[in-house]
Design a protein around this ligand. Sequence first.
Ligand SMILES: NC(=O)C1=CN([C@@H]2O[C@H](COP(=O)(O)OP(=O)(O)OC[C@H]3O[C@@H](n4cnc5c(N)ncnc54)[C@H](OP(=O)(O)O)[C@@H]3O)[C@@H](O)[C@H]2O)[C@@H](O)CC1
Ligand SMILES: Nc1ncnc2c1ncn2[C@@H]1O[C@H](COP(=O)(O)OP(=O)(O)O)[C@@H](O)[C@H]1O
Length: 275
Amino acid sequence: MSLDQNNIIGKPEITAPSVSGNKYDRGWAVVFSGPPLRTGASRLSAQAALSVGAGLVTIMGAKEALQEQSAHVSAIMLAERSDDLHAIDSRVTSLAIGPAYGIGERCRADVLVLAGQGRLMVIDADAITAFAKSPATLFTALHDQIVLTPHDGEFARLFPDISLSDRLHAVTAAAQRSGAVILLKGPQSVIAAPDGRIAINTHSSPWLATAGSGDVLTGIICGIMAQGVGGFRAACCAAWLHGDIAVRFGAGLTADLMVKQIPMTLADLGPAEQG
Ligand SMILES: NC(=O)C1=CN([C@@H]2O[C@H](COP(=O)(O)OP(=O)(O)OC[C@H]3O[C@@H](n4cnc5c(N)ncnc54)[C@H](OP(=O)(O)O)[C@@H]3O)[C@@H](O)[C@H]2O)[C@@H](O)CC1
Ligand SMILES: Nc1ncnc2c1ncn2[C@@H]1O[C@H](COP(=O)(O)OP(=O)(O)O)[C@@H](O)[C@H]1O
């Protein structure tokens, strides 16, 4: 990934899998499922994480939700969640929680336990909204390898006093306050890290504004992170790739189709560096 003098994100480079590597060397992403009848959003994230190159992807959730998930996925693994999320396999390299997860106490408790594990992680959608009344509680658990991906409404729930009239300033302030990377979604998404780095993605298209699009973005970030890329860089690369899908596809794009386009977008990035 490169940034020009205006901090605009350029085409990312990809790293090819190591010749002698196995799937674990490509990283393992875990995506948390929503409850029955709300499983589609996490499935989009998981499918995107796998397509963008994570070696393994597991959807973790309650048994009833997994029964629904199992009717739709094959390459993605399913694992019933235990009450103790500390027990997640130590080989898991990235986590994603939030898409259609539900916004109750369970969500808050799960996010806090997962964030405390120090892994690369994406917090999106309901996992942001769940902290609307207690953002400080969330911020105490965050670190700089966690990426939060709010749209404007979600941003206002966590940072009600930060005006979005200057989006660069708003995202910088939010990253510093929260201690996490903030990717503020929009026609030109803005990404800031707590250490002051900032980037803007202009490689985009309004065809991205379709239900589930943000869930796909979450999965792309998580899948890039799974391969060992840090939070800020993973967020920047993912924003560009997500935009590239829509720039290429144009009219008729849906979130399901975005996942199917990921291999084409990756193939056109040019020769991969050997991992
Ligand atoms: N396939 C599936 O299963 C899918 C499941 N999904 C899941 O649904 C859940 C709800 O997600 P959500 O984003 O639809 O609603 P939510 O954040 O609760 O509130 C929306 C309100 O916020 C405001 N608002 C302000 N700016 C905004 C903006 N830029 N974009 C959007 N809203 C903006 C605006 O309010 P207003 O400002 O108009 O008062 C608006 O009415 C979440 O878990 C998600 O993962 C979806 O991903 C779709 C596919
Ligand atoms: N007008 C637009 N032009 C370009 N991208 C957009 C536009 N509107 C929304 N997007 C992108 O579409 C995605 C929408 O995500 P989100 O609001 O989380 O939707 P959902 O909850 O349905 O997944 C984000 O990546 C955002 O940057």
